[in-house]
Design a protein around this ligand. Structure first.
Ligand SMILES: NC(=O)c1ccc[n+]([C@@H]2O[C@H](COP(=O)([O-])OP(=O)(O)OC[C@H]3O[C@@H](n4cnc5c(N)ncnc54)[C@H](OP(=O)(O)O)[C@@H]3O)[C@@H](O)[C@H]2O)c1
Length: 307
């Protein structure tokens, strides 16, 4: 690929950009504010962009001339979306429409969510009928529809809960694994729902699949699902994290989801795919389960990773 534009430079966007840069692909990250980690540190560029403004999108696309675009913009905060449903839907759909209209012929990967399902089924494959769980899920579903109706070469990649390393001094941790790990290592309790199931996937695995989809020959299915192989409650997952870190498992406090900030999340935020590994470009890719990924990530959190 000659270049990729990643719109959204938060937790997932940064993970995707790091992977593409490591693969030698020129990457431009774009967001309204500067990302916390300067993209130059891993060989990528950054441009200021409010992707809801079509003229700004047009100028950046003219300058970068990407042959792939990844849409990983916010708002991603489920609680904020619930309080601001119209603004959330507008933000997601306008950006999808801008890029689909202004980048014809460019492959576009929209990172979507398992919140397009209501959580009644234990797991949902691509053929399952959507029924968004909340305002965030409705906004992402509308963005999928807008993108797929307008773009010639686009895929909505619905991804389960994403996790990975974030430093202790990040200020606010953006993913459950990192928050859980840092609290456990400080000897602080972690209240984790025991009635909220997810199929978590490591951010680098999301990035590797996204990179393969950008590069895959031929047309892609309009919707693909991507999840880790393990279906776990957050409480079970926290125990796995504690074990990998050598932290005290008694710090994990199982609680009902309704008493946490996950109250509006679907009971089952779990995906499975009938299509992903049937794609030739994806056949050799495997994604890690929670135990293997926790053991791989633990040294970064404990400071014992090789320099
Ligand atoms: N994290 C997960 O577990 C997960 C799972 C499934 C799907 N997803 C999807 O992946 C996407 C990214 O998630 P994330 O966790 O990386 O979120 P995040 O950390 O909150 O990052 C969102 C990024 O989007 C940027 N952004 C927001 N509005 C923008 C606009 N108008 N124009 C340009 N950039 C804009 C933000 O920067 P500024 O505010 O500075 O512009 C930020 O860099 C979301 O759409 C989410 O639905 C995430």
């Amino acid at each position: 690929m000659s270049g990729v534009l990643v719109i959204g430079s938060g937790f997932v966007g940064t993970g995707v950009a790091r992977r593409l840069s490591a693969d030698g692909i020129p990457v431009t990250l774009a967001s309204r504010g500067r990302p916390a980690t300067p993209p130059a540190a891993y060989g990528a560029r950054w441009s200021a962009l409010d992707a809801t403004v079509p003229e700004a999108c047009g100028r950046l696309l003219d300058r970068v001339r990407p042959d792939g675009v990844v849409l990983v913009h916010g708002p991603s905060d489920v609680t904020w979306c619930e309080a601001h449903p119209a603004a959330a839907e507008r933000a997601h759909t306008v950006v999808a429409d801008n890029i689909a209209s202004l980048a014809p012929g460019v492959r576009i990967v929209l990172i979507s969510t398992d919140n397009v399902f209501d959580g009644a089924a234990e797991r949902n494959a691509e053929s399952a009928p959507v029924s968004p769980a909340n305002a965030y899920g409705r906004a992402k579903r509308r963005a999928e529809e807008v993108l797929l109706a307008t773009a010639a070469d686009a895929v909505a990649l619905r991804v389960s809960l994403v996790y990975g390393y974030e430093p202790a001094d990040a200020g606010k941790w953006l993913n459950f694994f990192a928050a859980c790990a840092h609290h456990l290592l400080r000897g602080e309790p972690v209240r984790a729902p025991d009635d909220h199931w997810t199929t978590p996937i490591a951010v680098d695995d999301v990035a590797r699949v996204t990179a393969a989809l950008l590069d895959a020959a031929g047309p892609l299915p309009p919707v693909l699902h991507l999840a880790g192989p393990d279906r776990v409650t957050r409480a079970e997952w926290a125990l796995t994290i504690a074990d990998a870190l050598g932290a005290d498992a008694r710090l994990v406090v199982p609680v009902p989801k309704a008493r946490t900030r996950y109250a509006s999340r679907p009971r089952n935020a779990c995906l499975t795919s009938d299509l992903l590994t049937a794609l030739p470009a994806l056949r050799s890719l495997s994604v890690r389960g929670v135990d293997a990924a926790a053991r791989a990530l633990a040294p970064e959190f404990t400071g014992s990773a090789a320099p």
